[in-house]
Design a protein around this ligand. Structure first.
Ligand code: AMP
Ligand code: MN
Ligand code: MN
Length: 343
């Protein structure tokens, strides 16, 4: 896996932030359908910039300006503006947790209209689309890079910034369960918790709270899950889907489905899990996970998406069965490529 940012990259990032006047217009942007890492990293950094005396900091993300229920109430939320109100030509744009320009949706033009574009990310597939790129594929979350940049900028860690970075770190490590949970991750978590934030309260809010309608919806959607032991060259795949109609019947918003994959990927008999969430008549947001046997980012990239080795996704079109056919085929292709000796 490639190394993190070079000293020259850090120096360029520091210069970009330190050289900016207090009244400069700064726009922070994270990826579409923001998750805990995208929002937490962005808002934590935004609060840090405010502590440096930068007054005109705004944060946004493409698409509808709706923050998922579980991520509401984060410190720095007051920095958020809808994409439609985002500064058209800011002095500085900073992008968070986005592997490529396409993840910035309609805000992609800010990469050219801004005086300078800074990219903070941890995807191995990051295309280095900024003028300055702080990309570290070894980092468990984008918030690890935010923490380092804030430290280098001399911003003291406080409880508000820490809460944002903790939410980001916790969500991207699956609550400190994934392989990326290194000693360094726990050392960062320890520093964040030492500011006085309440990890129990935060975890209950982001993982253990959902409306009763969502509990029933999950029941129905999990009830139709299918196990295919022969898929992925015998490693097994489990998959299910949720339609817009399912959401309507249970009175739920799409963001409740973000947690669905976690209830599917626990299946002992399958290495790969797949959840298709309908987003419009024939479009699906597809999530893929692997326990380690398959690089699902290759599958996602082949199908027009992206992600990490063991957590990836893509936008699928057409009937759900057809789409899963595509996943099956790409799983086999990914396994054949990685193990040419296997039959
Ligand atoms: P999700 O399954 O939505 O939690 O996404 C898992 C990971 O896959 C994310 O961290 C993203 O890096 C990536 N990802 C998901 N959907 C897409 C997409 N449509 N295009 C590119 N990357 C994606
Ligand atoms: Mn993300
Ligand atoms: Mn991330």
């Amino acid at each position: 896996m490639s190394a993190g940012p070079a000293e020259a990259d850090w120096a360029a990032a520091l210069a970009a932030v330190r050289g900016i006047p207090a009244d400069a217009r700064i726009l922070l942007v994270c990826h579409v359908n923001p998750d805990g890492d995208a929002l937490g990293s962005m808002l934590g950094f935004g609060l840090g910039l405010r502590r440096l005396g930068l007054r005109r900091v705004r944060a946004t993300f493409p698409g509808p300006p709706e923050v998922p229920e579980t991520l509401r109430g984060l410190p720095g939320e007051e920095l958020l503006v809808p994409a439609t109100d985002a500064d058209p030509d800011p002095n500085l744009v900073v992008c968070f947790d986005a592997a490529s320009e396409s993840r910035l949706g309609e805000l992609v033009d800010r990469l050219v209209t801004a005086d300078i574009a800074l990219v903070l990310d941890h995807h191995a597939s990051n295309t280095r689309f900024g003028a300055v790129n702080l990309v570290d594929p070894r980092a468990a979350a984008t918030s690890v890079i935010v923490d380092e940049l804030l430290t280098r900028l001399g911003v003291p860690l406080d409880a508000e910034i820490a809460e944002c970075l903790y939410v980001a770190l916790s969500t991207d490590t699956g609550s400190f369960r994934f392989e990326a949970t290194t000693p360094a991750v726990h050392r960062l978590a320890a520093r964040l918790i030492a500011t006085g934030i309440r990890p129990g309260e935060i975890s209950r809010r982001i993982y253990d709270t959902r409306p009763f309608g969502a509990v029933r919806l999950f029941g129905e959607v999990l009830g139709r899950a299918r196990l295919e032991p022969a898929a992925a060259a015998g490693r097994g795949m489990v998959w299910t889907y949720a339609t817009l109609d399912d959401l309507v019947r249970h009175g739920q918003r799409p963001c409740v489905l973000e947690a669905l994959i976690d209830s599917v990927r626990c299946t002992a008999e399958a290495d790969v899990s797949c959840v298709a969430k309908q987003t419009s008549r024939d479009e699906w947001a597809v999530s893929l996970r692997s326990k380690g046997a398959v690089d699902v980012s290759r599958v996602a990239v082949a199908l027009g998406g992206g992600g990490h080795r063991f957590a990836a996704g893509f936008t699928g079109r057409g009937a759900v069965e057809q789409m899963v056919d595509g996943v099956r085929a790409e799983l086999d292709a990914a396994l054949l490529d990685s193990e040419p000796g296997r039959p």
